[in-house]
Design a protein. Structure first.
Length: 90
């Protein structure tokens, strides 16, 4: 079943390679969507794909790259859209 989720990650998640980490994890799971830094210091990621793949992606976001300190990951369901590929946005 295809699902889509929006994640907001807070903590020390900017300037530590978090977006590149998220992109790598999403590509490994064959997800589509994007990741971007937010002006308030958090990171937003939107991921769509098979439900189990999105759940593994969420677990990876909770872990983050080695230099990150993830304090919280908020998730919300989105309606699946016609998305292709995964990108880093500015």
């Amino acid at each position: 079943m295809i699902v889509a989720r929006r994640f907001i990650v807070s903590g020390r998640v900017q300037g530590v390679g978090f977006r590149f980490f998220a992109e790598e994890q999403a590509r490994a799971e064959h997800l589509s969507g994007y990741v971007r830094n937010l002006p308030d210091g958090r990171v937003e990621a939107v991921a769509q794909g098979e439900e189990q793949s999105v759940l593994r992606f969420e677990r990876a976001l909770n872990r983050g790259p080695r230099s990150a300190i993830v304090e919280h990951v908020a998730a919300e369901a989105l309606p699946p859209e016609d998305r292709h590929g995964f990108s880093i946005r500015s």
